[in-house]
Write a protein that binds this ligand. Structure first.
Ligand code: DX5
Ligand code: ZN
Length: 224
């Protein structure tokens, strides 16, 4: 079953609670919270305070994506704020195995994210330690960007490795997801789709967007 994780980055922050509730009511599986520190990426967004507020609006798992330098110093605060899943960037971690172990020790599901230029081999030795591998299909930092189709090769490579090694991590694709790219990502082996702009800027609203995305990415019934 494909999980849909609306990203709040494109939500209306003047009514963030309502937008979270809309996503849950529409049948979203997770809520994706993009944390940016203005150093690892050229944008600055939210901290634990906002995760705490979002936590009080929904029962959905909060999938927190840390696009920050030196994430170790923030893990406890985001877990305490209610993060269920915490993904860090391999490019930002000097001791990735230790960071992932710490996330699990705190009781959250550890994830590792790869920027477009980062080869899948960079996470080869920690695939047994993660519950999520996030393949960035845009340059991190902003919503509404163009999907990078070349990244589908990275998705299918990681899907193959997952199956060959009988691992069970979620393969999350993050950036530029719409009906077409979402379907292609699922074909390549993605199990979680993050969508910000498509969901929160959809002309017919959040529910229509989530419904359409669910439809476009559900397995087609076998032809009889
Ligand atoms: C980008 C973030 C993504 C982004 C997805 O740095 O990690 O989660 O919000 O937004 P869209 O779907 O608009 O590309
Ligand atoms: Zn993200």
């Amino acid at each position: 079953m494909i999980r849909l994780a609306p990203s709040l980055l494109s939500a209306d922050f003047a009514r963030l609670g309502e937008q979270v509730v809309e996503a849950e009511a529409a049948g979203a599986d997770w809520i994706h919270v993009d944390v940016m520190d203005g150093h690892f990426v050229p944008n600055l967004t939210v901290g634990p305070l906002v995760v705490d507020a979002v936590r009080r609006c929904t029962r959905l798992p909060l999938d927190v994506h840390l696009m920050v330098e030196a994430p170790d110093r923030l893990l406890e605060a985001f877990r305490a704020a209610g993060a269920d899943r915490i993904s860090v960037h391999v490019e930002a971690c000097r001791h990735l195995h230790r960071t992932l172990s710490r996330i699990r020790e705190l009781g959250a599901a550890p994830g590792v994210a790869l920027n477009p230029h980062t080869p899948p081999e960079a996470v080869e030795w920690v695939l047994e330690d993660v519950d999520t591998v996030v393949v960035m299909t845009v340059d991190p930092g902003f919503g509404g960007q163009e999907f990078l189709p070349r990244m589908l090769r990275k998705v299918s490579h990681l899907a193959r490795v997952r199956d060959q090694r009988a691992l069970h991590f979620e393969l999350e694709v993050d950036g530029g997801i719409d009906l077409t790219t979402g379907a292609r990502a699922v074909e390549a082996g993605a199990t979680v789709l993050v969508a910000g702009h498509y969901v929160y800027r959809h002309p017919e609203g959040v529910a229509a967007a989530v419904r359409a995305l669910r439809q476009a990415t559900s397995p087609k019934p076998a032809r009889t």
